[in-house]
Design a protein around this ligand. Sequence first.
Ligand SMILES: Cc1cn([C@H]2C[C@H](O)[C@@H](COP(=O)(O)OP(=O)(O)OP(=O)(O)O)O2)c(=O)[nH]c1=O
Length: 200
Amino acid sequence: MAAIILASASPRRSELLAQIGVPFSVQPAHIDETPRTAERPAAYVERLAREKALAVAAAFAGDLVLGSDTSVVLNGVILGKPVDGKEAMATLGALSGTTHQVMTAVALARGNHCESRLVTTEVTFRGLTKQEIAAYVASGEPMDKAGSYGIQGLGGIFVKELKGSYSAVVGLPLQETATLLAEAGCPVWKHWPSSRESQS
Ligand SMILES: Cc1cn([C@H]2C[C@H](O)[C@@H](COP(=O)(O)OP(=O)(O)OP(=O)(O)O)O2)c(=O)[nH]c1=O
């Protein structure tokens, strides 16, 4: 079976891929993440996931390379990672008491061939107080995360409702990732251990 490479510097993506029992190595991709003029959020997110996967696949011929991108979208506007605490405060204030979309794309490349899936999840925040926003930003958690929050961390207390894929919000849609790997001839379950009980 081909080796699997995760083209990502995100610790969340590594944890999620490890969760489904896939052996992989990590090779972060370095690409230009500037949106194109008039590029819509869905197109932007899927393009970046594909570019990350293809950039690393070009250097590792024959291997299967996974790339992913996550953006938070509020009223059609992309809210990426905050540049500083001030921007994180503003983003969290804008998300307070509203529903936004988390768009995550996953792409699987081998050589110059690439397949991808886009997953959109609706997330509703309850109203946040100024004090809790300030305390959250002071914790440092928002700084490396799209939309300035992490649903899997302290930020989980802000989420009132989620419609869609929890793993996609954290950074890697597991169902779609496993489907892409299966379609490429590498079903994840082939790597799963079997317990002694089920063998007897
Ligand atoms: C919304 C949300 C995002 N995030 C994170 C996942 C991603 O790491 C990050 C989105 O930034 P990305 O630019 O998608 O990814 P990255 O720069 O961290 O890593 P790479 O490009 O090398 O793959 O936000 C969470 O951890 N929890 C959340 O609830």
